[in-house]
Ligand binder design. Structure first.
Ligand code: CUA
Length: 185
């Protein structure tokens, strides 16, 4: 008589289901909690501005033209760094940024998907053709940091990296046009 205690059987199913949904619920809460925790305490967020740019001619004119690449200080004191990620280099190869000041980094790719991180910082983004990848950050310590491409982009991928030179207040000196280049050391 397998149908002798249908209610007991159903109760057992219900208990198992509740146990599973409790476990899954704990996992979901832990995952969301981790995302919120790292966002609030470590400034780790996904790069989220959706800003389109035509990859075919971004190097010819406008924001990512060659003369406009690198670091520029605007008249209001804000610091913006513009970099092109292309097979197989970053342009410019060395980026000068100030220590202890907010910096906006803007990246664009004319060819394939690249990615980058700056060692020891919260900077980590993909660079997708057709979009501007934008990251806000602040560099705590002065010194040279490595910025490798971390998305396989072709045979020269492992050779694709740049140097980020974090300059102290005395070293970070904009020229007449507000541009700052790496110091020769
Ligand atoms: Cu660019 Cu890998």
């Amino acid at each position: 008589m397998s149908q002798a205690h249908p209610e007991a059987h159903e109760r057992r199913i219900l208990r198992t289901e509740l146990l599973w949904s409790f476990g899954v619920g704990v996992l979901i809460v832990a995952t969301l909690g981790m995302i919120v925790f790292t966002a609030v305490t470590r400034d780790i967020n996904p790069p989220s501005n959706v800003e389109r740019i035509d990859p075919k001619n971004l190097h010819l004119s406008g924001e990512f033209a060659e003369h406009n690449l690198g670091t520029a200080v605007a008249s209001d004191g804000s610091v913006v760094t513009r970099v092109i990620a292309t097979q197989f280099m970053f342009s410019p190869r060395c980026i000068a940024v100030p220590q202890g000041r907010p910096v906006t980094l803007r990246f664009a790719s004319p060819d394939v998907i690249h990615g980058l991180l700056i060692t020891g910082t919260n900077v980590n983004t993909m660079v997708i053709p057709g979009y501007v990848a934008q990251v806000h950050t602040e560099f705590a310590r002065s010194g040279d940091l490595l910025m490798p491409c971390h998305e396989y982009c072709g045979l020269g991928h492992s050779e694709m990296w740049a140097t980020v030179q974090v300059l102290s207040d005395q070293e970070f000196r904009p020229d007449g046009d507000g541009r700052v280049r790496c110091a020769q050391r």
